[in-house]
Ligand binder design. Sequence first.
Ligand SMILES: Cc1cc2nc3c(=O)[nH]c(=O)nc-3n(C[C@H](O)[C@H](O)[C@H](O)COP(=O)(O)OP(=O)(O)OC[C@H]3O[C@@H](n4cnc5c(N)ncnc54)[C@H](O)[C@@H]3O)c2cc1C
Length: 487
Amino acid sequence: MHARVDIAIIGGGATGWMAAAYLNRFLPSLDIAVMESPDVPPLGVGESLNSVSRRFNAALGIDEAEFLRAVDGTYKIGIAFEEFADLGTGFFHPFGRPAGPVDAHPHAQDAFPATWLCRANRFDPGQGARGYHVCATRYAGFLRDLATARGVTRIAAHAERVRRSGRAIAAVEDLEADLFIDCTGFRGLLLGDALQTPFHGLDDTLPNDAAVALRVPYERIATRPFPFTRCAAQEAGWIWEIPLWSRLGAGYCYARRHLTPDDATARLKAHLGLSADDDLEPMHIRFRHGRHARAVAENCVALGGAFGFIEPLESTGLAMTQANIMSLVPGLADLGRWDRLCRERFDTTADFVFAHYRLSRRRDSAYWREIQTRAPGPRLARLLAEARHGDFERIDNDPGHFYRARNWNAVLSGMGLFDAPETDAPPLDTQDLAARAAEAPDFVTHLAETLHGPPPWPHTPPPSPVAPPAPARRRPAPAPMMDNASP
Ligand SMILES: Cc1cc2nc3c(=O)[nH]c(=O)nc-3n(C[C@H](O)[C@H](O)[C@H](O)COP(=O)(O)OP(=O)(O)OC[C@H]3O[C@@H](n4cnc5c(N)ncnc54)[C@H](O)[C@@H]3O)c2cc1C
């Protein structure tokens, strides 16, 4: 069927429907259609959302409680990194602002209220900087229902034919438009295939190229929801745990040079306490790191996986895509500038993720030893040199930095960059933060009382209030979140 719209979005995963919902809301006079293939399923991962998502949802007028109920969601106020710096270590990358100065402080994480809440497995409803753990399938569906209810047209068709008019795209199948948005994920149908925009890989830095994912009902494991995403480094990659309300999303992100898919699956099951012959269906995914040379070519812009991909260690995929979508509305007036912003955000975020590997002191497997041969590029090398001296000015003044100085401080300090003996760091006053966290509601109890009702799995709330946890001296590894025990 022949049709003409102002904006045609090709691809209907989370990216396609996020773009459709947002552009429809802020460009209400434009006709928008989404073409999604009935033959190619969306990725089905992407369940950990950073705090950008809260702003994105608020801009769309989404009610937070309704949203979380619809997507089996929980709150996320940080990310735990275990055994990245070295075996036996761990740290939090907390969301929100620190209570005092943290530049180049060896215990930067302790200055953030969210760190203390994560340690105590508690949640402060007043913590504005929060993201979410969501079911990826339900999330894409939620956005699709929202966008179509507000007037976006949905076309179920597999796109193959791309018709050109000069260098520009005139139509995809029979759908004509002024602007095409490529949201076809790793397939990259328009920006990559049709417009032949070169791809720059990141294989010389980021080590992983595959993942295996499982959806695990809580009934099968001892883990219960906690307010952060857990990333535990392994011999050939790392395992994520994303606590939704009724199940855990878990996966092993690994390097195929060092581990087979079967071994990754076995290791993941063992990590979760599942038996090797458990019948849960593993989902195997291969990916390539990198981005296209540009996010804009002719009358086409690319978002999400169709533009580029960085492995999910900091859950950057959807958050960066949301930021790029929000910038696109004003950016339509100057797509060259928007393109530059997207590229810079991507590149500085790739640096941020690589820092978690490059600064590691682990040498206990071929994987970790190989990482030491991967040198940081000039941009990251300079940033690390400046950071060592507490100079974060460049980061906070540059809109191309997706992560702010406080994020870099938390991670670089957790990785031990500021541990040098000459560091003359003033002690942090953490007693108040610890005491306040201890008085906040237990995470599961709060979710049950305000959102989901009684949990469908056994839960024993801790005594309330618990004693304040002792201030951490060195970066302790966050304890495994078994049966809601406070670490
Ligand atoms: C292992 C892994 C874990 C991840 N974890 C996280 C995380 O925790 N947090 C996070 O923020 N991000 C995460 N990501 C990234 C996140 O999954 C992606 O950013 C997200 O899935 C969005 O992808 P997408 O919509 O761009 O592509 P996809 O989900 O692949 O969707 C592509 C869409 O395009 C359609 N399509 C493809 N070809 C055609 C065609 N020819 N015609 C019509 N339609 C077509 C498909 O039907 C589909 O609807 C993760 C990624 C991986 C690989």
